[in-house]
Every structure is written in C-alpha cells, then in structure tokens.
Design a protein around this ligand. Sequence first.
Ligand SMILES: [Ca+2]
Ligand SMILES: [Ca+2]
Length: 88
Amino acid sequence: MAGLKETKEMMVMGFALAAMLKGELKDGFQVADLMAILEKGLTPEFMAMVKMAVEGMGEIPAEAKDLDLFEGLELVKFCIGEIKKLAV
Ligand SMILES: [Ca+2]
Ligand SMILES: [Ca+2]
C-alpha cells in the first residue's frame, strides 16, 4: 500500500498557500501584499512545509493510483476540513 503521506503533505502546502493568498487578497491586491506574502513564505515554518511537500512528491502518482476507498474518504474529509477553514 502506497499510503497517503506525500499526497497529504502536498495538499497541506496547497491549502496553506491558498489561506495566505486569501488573507492578503481579500481586500484587493496591493503591492504591499506581495511583500507580505514573500515575508510569510520565507518563514522557517513555511519553508519546512514546502520542503516536506516537495520531498517525495514523485510518489504522489503512485499514491493516487493505489488509492483505496478508505484513503479516498480520508482525503475528502481532509479537504472538507481545510476548505471550511478557508471559508471562515
Ligand atoms: Ca490586500
Ligand atoms: Ca513529501
């Protein structure tokens, strides 16, 4: 079983990025947003997350191919949770 680790790490990063963009762009785009996004993107926490997502990303197609029902449900649940957070 290939598992879900790499897929989930990539999704975690995707949602974090989306949350960051949403926070900066909800009042429209200003040049200052670019700086704020860069600043947040260059924090050790964010860089560590990016590193985790990128490492092993070659496994994602294998994980997707090997997805079983429970893993699929887990991913859906995870996405719903993240989208709810984004919608706040
Ligand atoms: Ca803005
Ligand atoms: Ca990874």
